[in-house]
Design a protein around this ligand. Structure first.
Ligand code: NAP
Length: 306
């Protein structure tokens, strides 16, 4: 794989950024990787595990001379980080991010961007419930989609970022920010909310003890608990910034749930059978598209659970 950038700067050194570092190294995509995280603890861990060629104490220092800068912080922090790095960006640099919501990031970042950089927001559709600099692994993005939202950026800068993400193992696509946010509300954000709710329900239901929940949790509930262990800050920001699309999908979900509730109450087996046949076909489509594999752990010790 060819080197795509001379210096890549990653701001925020959690799961996504650390996976990017290992992936960049695996494919030789950058001459040098610099990084910055806000807390001294995270920076110390990053230095200890050899994440990045240089871990800088300020975001502005990390982006100096970088021809690609990627913001890997929670969506709600993007605007403040962009304001901090804006004056230090190298003219002609490409600035991107990995936030799970795109319209809010564009609105928060745009006012702080100098005219002489290319802004190409992106979202890798890959993750685990782990967070922090120790949780990353090079294979995280393999065969996953990364959606680029060029939003008017120069085609050459966009094409280069496509090649970069492909070098990290992803398939890449482009979308308009609003469409991205709606698609993700269906495929990721609302399902996470449902998982959080289901785990909350089990916790509230005093007639079923915690030990029974743990002892008898079959795959379905176990998957919910895994998803519900995701980083609270990241997911709070996702729902606060993708409000309209999530509420729209949640409204539709509630209608479907009422329809199923009525079918169960009325003993309408035909309706239930037809419904589950339709959903089974959707699952088979996902398997055929190769998007059903779990992100493997690869034995890296989790630093902290979200
Ligand atoms: P993570 O492991 O929790 O790491 C987050 C990083 O952001 C940490 O370095 C943290 O610094 C820093 N940070 C947190 N709040 C901040 C603030 N207010 N100002 C500046 N820095 C702050 O998170 P992640 O999973 O890598 O997620 C990063 C981004 O990727 C998010 O925008 C998320 O939406 C997106 N994303 C996540 C996934 C996923 O499944 N995890 C998938 C795709 C995209 P400290 O360590 O110093 O606190």
């Amino acid at each position: 794989m060819a080197q795509e950038y001379d210096r890549v700067a990653l701001i925020g050194l959690g799961l996504i950024a650390s996976s990017m570092v290992w992936g960049i190294r695996r494919a030789g995509l950058a001459g040098e990787v610099t990084g910055h995280a806000r807390s001294p603890e995270t920076r110390a861990i990053a230095r200890e595990i050899g994440l990045c060629d240089r871990v800088c104490d300020s975001a502005a220092e990390a982006v100096q001379g970088a021809d690609l800068v990627v913001l890997c912080v929670p969506v709600g922090a993007m605007g403040a980080v962009m304001a901090e790095i804006g004056p230090a960006l190298q003219p002609g640099a490409t600035v991107s991010d990995v936030g799970s919501v795109k319209r809010a990031v564009i609105e928060a970042a745009a006012p702080h961007l100098p005219d002489n950089v290319h802004f190409v927001p992106a979202h890798p559709l890959a993750g685990t419930e782990q967070s922090g600099p120790r949780s990353g692994f090079a294979e995280l993005f393999d065969n996953r989609w990364c959606i680029l939202v060029p939003d008017g950026a120069a085609p050459e800068a966009t094409a280069r970022l496509h090649r970069f993400w492909q070098g990290l193992g992803s398939n890449t696509d482009e979308m308009d920010a609003d469409h991205h946010d709606l698609v993700l509300a269906v495929t990721s954000h609302t399902p996470h909310l449902i998982a959080y709710t289901m785990v909350g329900v089990a916790d509230d239901l005093r007639r079923v003890t915690d030990s029974e929940v743990i002892k008898y949790s079959a795959a379905g509930f176990r998957d919910f608990t895994r998803i519900a262990a995701s980083d609270p800050t990241m997911w709070r920001d996702v729902f606060l910034t993708n409000k309209d699309a999530t509420l729209e999908i949640l409204g539709r979900f509630t209608e479907e749930l009422f329809a199923l509730q009525r079918a169960i109450r009325q003993g309408d087996g035909e309706m239930l059978h037809d419904y589950f046949t339709r959903t089974r076909a959707i699952r088979r489509g996902i398997i055929e598209a190769g998007q059903d594999t779990e992100a493997p752990d690869f034995g890296r010790a989790p630093l902290r659970k979200g």
